[in-house]
Design a protein around this ligand. Structure first.
Ligand code: TYD
Length: 207
């Protein structure tokens, strides 16, 4: 059993790395569920649409944070905890670190308040490993314009300054949590997958 959270700016390549990890787990006959935030449950997916919709006026920063936390509380209670207790691996595309990066880094809400809300929403459940795909704002933008993506959502439309602050917060979180795995998102897909698998072996999650 392992609970892994993938983090990074939009366009950092989380989906590709998750896809490659899933292939590896399938080959090793490991039972896993892959999920995401915002989302992960029926209620969470409904709230995801509301949170990401371009709307005027936009939700104020505190409302936005509380919506992400509401989604998280439901996600943990209804899905993540039961799956972990069945011994399954849970792979989440974003988790608590996103709220610190985007709502403290990006929106300037006090980090201590978000840490408290994260703990409240999760009942103190922490991922066994958080994997940060680190990428510069410029590179992430290049990737998002080069690939065939849906129209940008409300958060993706935020300024360069916002996204630089998000990246800075991620790197600070990684510095304060030496157990995080930080990968350079500009490395090749194969290198990133190999590094992740070696790390999971080194930590004893995989044989
Ligand atoms: P994501 O699903 O990664 O977007 P996409 O599918 O378009 O790649 O996440 C949606 C957005 O929500 C993303 O810009 C990050 C933001 N977000 C927060 O601001 N706070 C949070 O707590 C979470 C989980 C996500």
């Amino acid at each position: 059993m392992a609970f892994l959270a993938f983090e990074g700016l939009d366009g950092s390549g989380k989906s590709t790395l998750i896809k490659n990890l899933k292939l590896h787990l399938e080959k090793a006959s490991i039972d896993y569920i892959s999920t995401r935030e915002p989302g992960g449950t029926e209620l969470g997916e409904e709230l995801r649409k509301i949170i990401l919709k371009d709307q005027k006026p936009p939700p104020c920063a505190k409302t936005e944070l509380l919506l992400y936390e509401a989604i998280r509380a439901q996600h943990v209670e209804q899905k993540i905890k039961p799956l972990l207790s069945e011994g399954k691996w849970v792979i989440s595309d974003r988790f608590t670190a996103s709220s610190i990066a985007f709502q403290a880094g990006g929106r300037n809400i006090a980090e201590k308040d978000i840490v408290w809300l994260n703990n409240f929403a999760t009942g103190d459940l922490k991922p066994n490993l958080t994997i940060l795909l680190d990428i510069s704002y410029e590179e992430s933008q290049k990737r998002m314009t080069n690939t065939n993506r849906d129209e940008k959502d409300r958060i993706e439309k935020e300024s360069a300054q916002f996204h630089r602050a998000v990246r800075k917060s991620y790197l600070e979180q990684a510095e304060n949590n030496p157990q995080w795995l930080v990968l350079n998102a500009c490395e090749s897909e194969q290198n990133l997958t190999d590094k992740l698998i070696s790390h999971l072996k080194f930590k004893g999650f995989l044989e």
